[in-house]
Structure formats: C-alpha cells, structure tokens
Ligand binder design. Structure first.
Ligand code: GLP
Length: 241
C-alpha cells in the first residue's frame, strides 16, 4: 500500500485529483470507479476546475459507481445518482449514458445486482477505483460482516452507517435501511485503487485498514492484498498511526 500524507482535506483532494487526472490523460477511454460521500467532493471540485481550464477531457471516459440506496429515485436529492450528477457529471463533458449507478428503483435485488455485474463485466474492468472509508471500515456499502461479499449485492445498513449518513437526510427515519453495493470482489478486480480519507473520526478505521488483520469485520482491510492501492489521507486521519 502506498500511503500518501496530505496536510488537510484540500491538500488530500488535490493529490487525489492529480492521480485521477493522470489516469484520464494516459487512457482517455478509461473506466473510472467512482464514490460518493463527503470525502471525494473536494476531489471532484478540483477535477471540474481543471476541466474548466481545458486540462482534462472526459468525453471518452466511462464511470461505474459503487453503490446506491435501495428505493431512492435518481431525482431524489439524497440518491447517489443525484449526488454524482450535481457534484461531477453536470459540470464536465462526460457522456451521461456512459455513467452507471446501481438502479435504486429496481425492487428485485437479484435483478438489480445481476444487471450491475453485467455492466461491470462488459466495461472491460475498472481502471481506477476511487473509495472513501466508512467510520466502521466499510467501503462502498460493504458493511462489517462474517465474510467478504464478492459481487454486487443488497445490504442492510448498520446502525453506525445510518447514524453517519443521517446528516444528509431530514431525519434518521428517512435514511434508507438497505442499499445495493458493488462487492469486495468487484472492487478488488479494479486495476488501481485510490482511497481518500480525511478527519479524526476516520483515524481508527484507517489504522485498522492499514495495520490490522485482514478481516471482513473491517472490510477495507482486504485492500492490503491488492497490488496497486494508494491511500491519500490527511494528518487527522493518520493521527493514530
Ligand atoms: C457512505 C458511502 C461510502 C462512503 C462512506 C464515507 O456510506 N456508501 O461509499 O465512503 O459513506 O462517507 P464520507 O466520505 O461522507 O465520510
């Protein structure tokens, strides 16, 4: 694992955006695995800035997002499709028809997940997967569990995740209890992985990810087995190392 130390959130975002930019410049038709949450927002802002300066071209890029709440429509401001549109896709020249997020409105989990795996398979594989880290060590919505899930599946969100994500909703009751997420196996197949981590509330999870045993109780710990992982973390997130 390559650990890249950033001063703060802004520095982390710029460093992560540099890595994504290099990917897009070196392979204009690349497949980006993208993530939601507050961690990557600064990275997306930086990419938009460089795009506006004419430094980046996303015309041939394809994107595959990690996860989506089950039951939320793309128009729902809390959905991850809406997040991606407003925080990135609406501001760059990516072809929206080539941006994928699991279908939160598909009520049949088997169908939703099989369709998504097919999209990943047909893409030819993810070149660079961007990840945030949950406070409990989750990646995507792969929550601590007794085993690593391989493919896209439907998960019951843990109390810790519902608590962490309720800030985006009017009340805790509005947070969906289930989500569709790419599996650990799907994530591990990405050629390169980039993790962005900021803030002291992630310090325990980051330490367990990097230094702890590889266990499905800390889903991100499996990243120790990937041969091309870069973690860009700020000083606060690295404070327990
Ligand atoms: C959510 C998302 C994850 C994200 C995590 C951390 O649960 N499903 O993909 O990494 O939250 O979010 P944040 O970056 O807001 O701390």
């Amino acid at each position: 694992m390559n650990i890249c130390k950033a001063k703060n959130y802004q520095d982390m975002s710029r460093k992560a955006a540099n890595i994504i930019s290099a990917q897009v410049i070196m392979k204009p038709h690349c497949v980006l695995g993208l993530a939601t949450g507050s961690s990557p927002i600064g990275t997306y802002k930086q990419l938009i800035e460089w795009y506006n300066k004419g430094d980046l071209d996303f015309a041939r890029v394809m994107s595959i997002n990690l996860d989506e709440y089950k039951g939320l429509s793309p128009e729902n401001p809390q959905s991850y499709r809406y997040f991606m549109n407003t925080n990135l896709f609406d501001h760059i020249n990516i072809d929206k028809a080539r941006t994928f997020v699991p279908n939160g409105l598909e009520p049949d989990p088997e169908k939703a997940c099989a369709e998504y795996e097919e999209i990943i398979r047909k893409s030819g594989g993810i070149d660079l997967q961007l990840l945030g880290l949950g406070r409990n060590g989750h990646i995507g919505f792969n929550e601590p569990a007794d085993a690593f899930a391989r493919e896209t599946h439907c998960v019951n969100l843990t109390e810790s995740t519902i608590d962490a994500n309720k800030r985006f909703f009017e009340s805790e009751d509005d947070v969906p209890r289930q989500a569709y997420t790419m599996g650990i196996g799907s994530i591990m197949k990405a050629r390169k992985i980039l993790v962005v981590v900021s803030g002291e509330d992630k310090a325990d999870a980051l330490k367990a990810t990097i230094c702890g045993p590889i266990t499905p109780q800390v889903p991100a710990s499996i990243l120790q087995l990937h041969n091309d992982v870069t973690i860009v973390a700020d000083e606060a997130a690295l404070s327990k190392m």
